[in-house]
Write a protein that binds this ligand. Structure first.
Ligand code: FAD
Length: 317
């Protein structure tokens, strides 16, 4: 079922969902299941599965370093199919511009369609680890808007190069990213909102936000988006702080602010066990306020670990 249908069917009741990261290649999928199992009691209508950028690795060949390009966490679509099959839940693969040609994207979308995956998140992707800025892949897309258009073309039965007669169309529901504190490369929040509007005009059906820790930022973002004419559901993405290092890491990576009260509480903690408790308590309070405001879904970034997400869900749902 489409995410927009899940939201409509819930008739105003806030749904619970979460995002997981594929295991590193060579690791067993069981650990992923062990982290999903405890969250299924909260009946997520959908689970997102991230896609990681490819990266360079260097292999020592007798003193000479041989550079190879690899994806350390492959298998997003396979994992989506496995989870869908095992738990009978909708899964949402993250589809990236970066690292994929348009052809490869088409193959991936065709696979999704055959597997009965009805929702995809269309994202540009971050820069590769060694790059300062995102560089588009030869033959790939530069912005998520273009990817949304490609997916919408498929929905209309228009494949690349128009080479075939089509008698079976895809019907993907498309999610895109939104940034309550603006995307790190955007010159202003207003410009970023205009870009978001372009994604919606290209056919995006819903928005999931970057994590934020101050609900005011989300409420203001939704109000500004509505003023800009963005009328699709805007799902808040949130995450409990788990380690002290997050105080530096999250603002550095995502260019987001952390509220003073949260910083003070985390700084008081003697160890990361205490930080996890503070993170969970704060996230419960944040979630309850969002729930009261009637958000369609509370979407949690699990970062592969479910114990704190479970503790939050127990306190909220
Ligand atoms: P875009 O919408 O293309 O925007 C990127 C930047 O370009 C913005 O600054 C925007 O304002 C600007 N822009 C857009 N269009 C134009 C234009 N026509 N001209 C000039 N500027 C323009 N990353 C991953 O690698 N894997 C994941 O699985 C993943 N999942 C995510 C899930 C969510 C919910 C979110 C919020 C982010 C996720 N990301 C993921 C991170 C995301 O890929 C990065 O934030 C990336 O830098 C931007 O992606 P985007 O889709 O928002 O890009």
């Amino acid at each position: 079922m489409k995410i927009t249908e899940h939201i409509a069917q819930a008739k105003g009741k806030t749904l619970f969902s979460f995002e997981i990261i594929p295991p590193q290649k060579g690791k067993n999928i069981q650990e992923l299941y062990n982290n999903i199992d405890p969250l299924m009691e909260f009946k997520p209508p959908f689970i997102d599965v991230t896609t990681s950028r490819e990266e360079y690795i260097y292999i020592d060949k007798g003193g000479l370093l041989d550079r190879k390009t690899t994806r350390m966490r492959p298998g997003t679509v396979g994992i989506c199919a496995a989870i869908k099959h095992k738990y009978n839940v909708d899964t949402v693969p993250h589809v990236l511009c970066g690292g994929f040609t348009k052809e490869e994207t088409e193959y991936l979308l065709v696979d999704c369609h055959y597997l009965g995956i009805e929702n995809v998140m269309a994202l540009r992707g971050d820069a590769m680890k060694h790059e300062q800025y995102f560089k588009s892949t030869n033959g790939g897309h530069t912005f998520a808007t273009e990817l949304v258009s490609q997916i919408q073309n498929l929905n209309a039965g228009k494949y690349l190069h128009d080479v075939i007669d089509v008698d079976d169309k895809a019907d993907f529901c498309i999610g895109v990213a939104g940034y309550p504190e603006k995307h790190l490369e955007a010159p202003s929040l207003q410009t970023d909102l205009k870009r978001l509007k372009q994604k919606v005009d290209a056919g995006a059906d819903y928005v999931v936000t970057q994590m934020f820790f101050d609900n005011k930022k989300y409420f203001e973002f939704v109000a500004a988006a509505r003023k800009e004419g963005i009328m699709v559901p805007i799902i808040p993405g949130i995450k409990p702080i788990a380690v002290k290092r997050h105080l530096q890491l999250l603002p550095q990576v995502f260019k987001i602010d952390l509220p003073e009260e949260l910083i003070k509480e985390v700084e008081k903690c003697k160890d990361n066990k205490a930080v996890r408790q503070v993170g969970v308590a704060y996230c419960i309070q944040q979630s309850k306020e969002l729930l009261k405001a009637g958000v369609p879904v509370l979407h949690y970034y699990s970062m592969g670990k479910s114990d704190n997400i479970k503790a939050v869900a127990q306190g909220v749902f």
